[in-house]
Design a binder for this molecule. Sequence first.
Ligand code: PEP
Ligand code: MG
Length: 612
Amino acid sequence: MTFAIHGLPVARGIAVGRAVLVGSSRVEVAHYFIKPEQIPAEIDRVRVGRNAVVDELQRLQHAMPKDAPPELTALLDVHLMLLEDETLTTGVKHWITDRLYNAEWALITQLEIIARQFDEMEDEYLRERKADLEQVVERILRYMKGVGSPIAVPPHNTAVERRKSGAHQMSPDESLTVPLVLIAHDLSPADMLHFKQSVFAGFVTDVGGKTSHTAIVARSMDIPAVVGARSASQLVRQDDWVIIDGDAGVVVIDPSPIILAEYGFKQRQGELERERLTRLRHTPAITLDGHKVELLANIEMPEDAAGAVTAGAVGVGLFRSEFLFMGRKGSLPDEEEQYQAYRRAVEGMQGMPVTIRTVDIGADKPLDKGHKEDTHLNPALGLRAIRWSLADPAMFLTQLRAILRAAVHGQVNLLVPMLAHGSEIRQTLALLDFARAELDNRGVVYGPLRLGAMIEIPAAALTLPLFLKYFDFLSVGTNDLIQYTLAIDRADESVAHLYDPLHPAVLRLLADTIRACQAQGKGVSVCGEMAGDVAMTRLLLGLGLRSFSMHPAQILAVKQEVLRADTARLGPWAQRVLEAEDPVQAMAEPLTARPDGEPCRVDSGLGPLATH
Ligand code: PEP
Ligand code: MG
């Protein structure tokens, strides 16, 4: 039966595929496709892992002292019984043989299926056996990890490419070529990163806000995604057919042929639009009235630089360096590793500027799952970003030295997140001087840096002269500025309806920051999600913004808006929006004529397009 679940749209486009349910504790398991000739070896890996666990448990059983608590013996019996269960082994074989899943993936897929059956049991005792099953599977996985996979993970094989392209193939006979979509209760930003090169054509999570970091990484992968879909992971079953509408935030389960045909049409329309936009790649981003606009990329890893160049970015406006620090079980990257990573990003941008933001760990970006920030009562208000860096000067100095060294290879801007206090600014700058002195002492070369501060806390937006005194440029992090101005946790879907980029207070802080920078001839950009939202482009241009940093995937759509814009008309309109009680309504009102009475010419480089 067809039904739909509504969530928050985070990454545009339509994906159609079979559901792969992944529990959040198991997402680190590798997901890749094997070749048909590798099926026996892969089945054997599971068998060897399973047998090893059986041996281990039997040894424990025999070594059990006579006076051992009966619960313990019963527990071992249950674990052994679960290991003998045909449902587990037959299911695993099915996923490996019929779907060409690698062994670990097959194992956790079957685990999810059986776990659900346990969830549905009336008997509480039996329901609780799910935890035992999970433990047994974890044990097998551990053994398999020790044994290792004989198959290298193919970063991109043709099957993967076919699936990622969302090629919509519905015939069950062609099950090996159908796209797969991932459904999970929650995924951390590090988990998402793990899936960046993966086989999935789309994502759905139960939790998360539109600008949560999980959503941001999903958007950077440029595949359709919906977050905050509440009970999706409960309602969708393994292998169900699912449509993800990343534009509307809708997930359709078990779609009827007529719905499939409709979404298939929408999918093709989307692809055509994207193709059309690629023609703008080399077109300079200049408004109708001749204002040059800088369209920069937000990246998470050095390797993303290539995609930024392809998308036509003229630099990186935000390199979220914390992604180098996450999911490493507490071991942080040393100076050399960081230097190499920053250098790769700089070289990858082929002479264009790269803005490296110092580490922004904390809140919804813990170093590792279960790390103490996770359980902090108010992580967004806690030891996060620059506060975290200043609390660990040795770690911060390591990062600063690495960035200084990378600046030898191209134009590097240093961006500091979440500053609010003058003392934080002064400490940061003192540590930067110290890092330079350390490099001097070691005789290591380093390059010049332009210094920037992120405006993410209302306190910063209200004390701009202080920031302008010390920094060469400011970058508005609207994701956090909205969160902190409106007291809305950006990762909490239950208050997502109150997360409002057009709230008059947010617009006022944004407009003041742009104006203050311009008045002093300092650079200003927006690097929050607002910058990549085409619905906001005209407003930001009207407020005077000329530098936007966003996911590479958004650049061409925003460029199209820029090419159609006439700032002489947008300026007065944006002022009216700024002063309106209801900015949404004010934005819907038509633009007035140009002050000079000239008609507005439209020349987008793409042929006839609508005028505003
Ligand atoms: C922001 O807050 O707008 C921003 C760009 O930083 P992040 O999303 O990484 O917090
Ligand atoms: Mg931020």
